[in-house]
Every structure is written in C-alpha cells, then in structure tokens.
Design a protein around this ligand. Sequence first.
Ligand SMILES: NC(=O)c1ccc[n+]([C@@H]2O[C@H](COP(=O)([O-])OP(=O)(O)OC[C@H]3O[C@@H](n4cnc5c(N)ncnc54)[C@H](OP(=O)(O)O)[C@@H]3O)[C@@H](O)[C@H]2O)c1
Length: 354
Amino acid sequence: MENMNILVTGAAGYIGGSVVATLLSGDTHFAAKNIFAAVRAEEQVRSLQPLGIKVLQLDLRNEQEVAEAVLQNEIDIVINTASSIDGRLAAHFISALGKRREVTSKDTYHIHSSVTTGYSKEGGWPYGTIKDGDPVYKLEKELNDGFPIRKTNTAITELAKERGVTSFIVGVPFVYGTGSGEWKKLSQNIPATIKASIALKTVYKFNQDSKFAAVHISDLAEYYVLIVKKILQGEKLPSGEEGYYFAVAHETGWWDVAQGLADVLRARGLVTEPTVRVWPSDDMAAEALDLPRQFVRLMHTARVTIDYNNRYPLGWAPKWDEQKFLASMDVEVADAFRYEKGRTTLFDALNGTN
Ligand SMILES: NC(=O)c1ccc[n+]([C@@H]2O[C@H](COP(=O)([O-])OP(=O)(O)OC[C@H]3O[C@@H](n4cnc5c(N)ncnc54)[C@H](OP(=O)(O)O)[C@@H]3O)[C@@H](O)[C@H]2O)c1
C-alpha cells in the first residue's frame, strides 16, 4: 500500500471525528503520522491532540491558510466533512490539491460529504430512484434548480476536473448512533427530536409517513475508510462525474422511529403518553426541533429513493440494519443526555449564516 497523507476536515464534528477515529482504529491501522485533522477552535485542538495525529486549527474560509496547510503538510487525500453546502471550503482544498499535484506530479484526491435528502420528490428530485453508477452529475446539471447541495456537488466535480484532482462525492443519508470522535458524538436529527419530545412531554410526527435512507455512524466512517484504502492500493475507482457514491445501509420509516422513541421515552417517564401525535403546524415543529421552517418537513418526511442494493463494489458490509436501529432507541435517548456538546452547523449553513 502506498503511503499518503490524509486530512479530515470537520474533524471535531460528528462524522469527521468518527472518520478520524476509524482511520486510527485497530482494524484499519493507518499510521498516526499520516493523519491530519482540521478543526476550528483551540479547545478542539486540545481534545484531538492526544490521538498523536497532527491537528491543524484552520479557518477553512481562508484560501491562503488552506493552501499552506495542504502544501506544507504534503496532503494527498482530503476527506471533507466540514460542509455539504458551502462549496467554498471544498473549492479551497481542491485548488490546493491541484497545486500539490502540479508540484509533485502525484495524484491527489478529494472526497466530499454530500446529503441524500435532495434525491427525493420533496427535495425537488424528479428522476426517481438512483444508485451508484447512475449519471447523477448529468441529472443534477440538467435540473439546474439551484438546490444548494446539488449546486455544490456539480461545482466541486467541475473544479476538480479543471484542476486535475480525482474527486468523489459521498451521498450521506440520515446518520444515527453514537460517534467515536473526540469532540462531538451525536448527530442532529434524533437528539433534536428527543429534546423536543421531552420539552413538550409528547412525541410528534408529521402527517405524512415514508421510508428514508439511513446509516449508522460506525458503518459510515468505515465507508470513507474503504474508499481511502482503495486509493492507497492503487485501485482506479469511478471518480469525477462518475464518482457519486451513496453510503446507504438500509431504509427505515419516519413513523416507526417516532413510535420507537415514544415507547422508550414513556418507559423512562419522560413523556406523558405512548401515542405519537401529529405536529399541529410546521411552525411549531420548526421551533421545537430548532430547524429552519422551510426545511423542517423535508428533513423529517423526505422519501429518499436510493437503490442501496446496487452499489459500487467497495466491499462495504454495514453492520447495522433497520431492525437493529429500531431496537437501539434506548441508547439514542441515553446518549442524547450523555453527550450533548455543540449543535450541528448544517442549519446555519442552510440559513446562510455559517
Ligand atoms: N449528521 C447527519 O445525519 C448528516 C447526514 C447527511 C449529511 N451530513 C452532512 O455532513 C457534514 C458533516 O455533518 P456532521 O453531522 O458531522 O456535522 P457537524 O457535527 O456539525 O460537523 C461539522 C464540523 O465541521 C466544522 N466546520 C463547519 N464549518 C466550518 C468552517 N467554515 N471552518 C472550519 N470548520 C468548519 C464544524 O466546526 P465547529 O465544531 O466549530 O462547529 C464541525 O466540527 C455536514 O455538512 C452535514 O450536512 C450530515
């Protein structure tokens, strides 16, 4: 296996932190000297430093800072988990990786974390079910609807092509479970529902049910690591316009999750009844769940249709399925209390305030 330096952005976050931990874990054995973590705050630097990796405190909006970090640390692969929406952050890394390629003539790689919510009717996707290997880039271009995540995906793919950087877009579905990162251990969706349910003493759902695509955080982190391993083994993976990968392990119903939470919260005496009620209004839901009004329904009802049985052959074997997920609601509740640290930056980005 070739030796390459790997930088993870958003390494204090839920996904990025778990990716760093998985790269370093027993099964994987990447040397700490080859792992770099980009974080934003001094306290996050201190939290990650005991891992023995190089922790960089970077303002990812500063192109110069990012370029210096990539060139001085001889970064070959960037795993970008800092923002699915703010394409500037990815663009800074892709430009820097392009420069490094020019200087060294070595291939460089950018792995971007995207969101699958847009591949639903509710998210304005008219093409139905998609899978790895479908012409998703072309469809996004054709649609050209200004949906922020699609716009970022296509812009990244085009910039990478122009700069000679090998690029991958990982479509990340709904992520659940306790992360293994040093800083933020939890995602947004389920902890927010738990918090709202306790505050209102009732679990609420939207009046529309559907299935949604999901993955446990440990399986997702493993997914990124598998892509990195293939790169290091010199395997030519589909990339660029063909480089859309969907890290979907299974589907689950929104109402099943709500009922599972209601049962567990009722057993703990945290809600007054086991019945799940329908949100009286989207405004009330948005306020209780701390989500922008225009996205709250999408984030909790979207029917994301990804054919997860037809994947690129990465050798991914997710350990979590729907049954295991629905049986883990008590852990979700316990950990929502145990690990409350920080709020996801996703919704600030959607509001344009990040
Ligand atoms: N969690 C999910 O269920 C899910 C599902 C699909 C897609 N995604 C996408 O995947 C990405 C990561 O998700 P996550 O759940 O890991 O979010 P997260 O916990 O909020 O992690 C994001 C990390 O990136 C850092 N960051 C954001 N903007 C930055 C900037 N301008 N400069 C430097 N650092 C910056 C944040 O720093 P601070 O700690 O300082 O805020 C945070 O540590 C997000 O874009 C999200 O949309 C997540």
